[in-house]
Design a protein around this ligand. Sequence first.
Ligand code: ZN
Length: 244
Amino acid sequence: MRYAILADIHSNLAAFQAVLAAIEAEGGFDEIWCLGDVVGYGPEPHACIELLRDYKHVCVAGNHDWAAVGNIDVSDFNPDAARACRWTAQQLNAQDIDYLLNLPEKLVLGDFTLVHGSPRYPIWEYLLSASDACDNFGYFDTNFCLVGHSHVSSVFVQDKFGNCFNVGTADEIKLASQGNRLIINPGGIGQPRDGDARASYMIYDSNAQMMYHYRVHYDITTTQKKMAEYKLPSFLIRRLSYGY
Ligand code: ZN
């Protein structure tokens, strides 16, 4: 089975479509594992939810998903994110709201735990450094944990002696290796933040027990034009060009 590991779509339909097309061109997938923040920031929240729901998929809740439906407070958001969040809330229909409200905080699928932020604090915590990640290996029972939220592709390893380190990102990740446990972030689709503007995602091949990391170009200006049309914050529009 091939699983598309997708995080932080963030209402960026052009990026989401480009990722799906790229995966189709490379042999397709059986199911999407979505790591939250389907909405927020970008111009097409409803269309992104609808497109995701066209596919066999599972999805966990992100902070933007729950903020858009009032399940958590936007007071912790920066002003641009809060403004985009309030705009997002107005674009959702009753089914969208119901869908987002019912997303779980955490899913356990075989050897994988799926959360948006971290296993310790699934909605809010960012895993950016080895020290953040090290503490978190104690908060899930499976060998592997998939996270999003930082919009930066990364791999954290805990070896069989309990040592923990950040191996950065990798094009290919061998899952069953020397008793290592892994926390893996596929990077963000709709608003990458690692200095590369291309959408970032991974494929999990369960037969090979491998994860593969990909970047794909999408038409950034299409998304930016729509954001400008809806008067979304200019910083959120500009940052897409640079991937920060
Ligand atoms: Zn996000």
